[in-house]
Design a protein around this ligand. Structure first.
Ligand SMILES: [Zn+2]
Length: 216
């Protein structure tokens, strides 16, 4: 089973990806983590990625494609969940050509949706300790500080991350939608797009995902 998972920040994509990995014994390919791993390797690819990242430049689609290709090569034909790739239409087409080389294709594309207000509500609930870096979340019971806005560990004041203010979140969402709408459309035309409502408890949303996978 080959699955692509995408959704806006705060939708819980990483959580559901890990749950799918466990449920179906899949390989978890998370593009951000993969890039960080490659960067540390003393290979031609690793050096290329390192020089771009160190200069603060974006890794071009073609290069990300090469990285994904080499990862698939390593995995042979093992099933996977892809998270963070493809991020745009060019990458989606690259992925298709890589899979075609392997005589395989994506089975399910799952897009988790979340209304903008809910994304803002979730992301603005995150807090970090200004002193020790401990992370809190006011919406998650066991991640809520005992005293309001105060760190449980060191007693210092908690902070909201600078880019977790509503305006910055809205800007990030705008970029996300601009990049992902063409991908949704692309997979919709292929008849493999499934939209899952990301509002609800983790288990509820995961069950919606399972229903889709098991129905086909
Ligand atoms: Zn602290």
């Amino acid at each position: 089973m080959k699955i692509i998972l995408f959704g806006p920040q705060g939708a819980g994509k990483g959580t559901y990806a890990r749950m799918l990995v466990k449920e179906f014994n899949l390989e978890y390919i998370e593009s951000g983590r993969l890039l960080r791993e490659i960067k540390e390797q003393n290979t031609i690819l690793g050096k290329k990625v390192k020089s771009l990242v160190d200069k603060g430049q974006l890794v071009p689609d073609e290069l990300i494609g090469d990285i994904i290709r080499s990862k698939f090569h390593e995995l042979e034909n093992k099933d996977f969940v892809l998270d963070g790739f493809p991020r745009n239409l060019t990458q989606a087409k690259i992925l298709d050509s890589i899979l075609a080389e392997k005589h395989t294709k994506v089975d399910h594309v799952i897009e988790i949706t979340l209304p903008e207000e809910e994304t803002i509500r979730r992301l603005t609930a995150r807090r970090t300790c200004s002193n020790c870096g401990q992370i809190y979340n006011l919406l998650i019971k066991n991640l809520t500080p005992k005293k309001e806005e105060i760190c449980d560990i060191c007693g210092k004041k908690l902070q909201i991350r600078k880019d977790d203010n509503p305006d910055a979140i809205k800007k990030r969402l705008e970029i996300y939608h601009k990049e992902t709408e063409p991908i949704s459309k692309y997979y919709e035309e292929q008849g493999i797009l499934n939209i899952v409502d990301g509002v609800g408890l983790v288990d509820e949303v995961f069950n919606r995902i399972l229903k889709i996978i098991k129905a086909e």
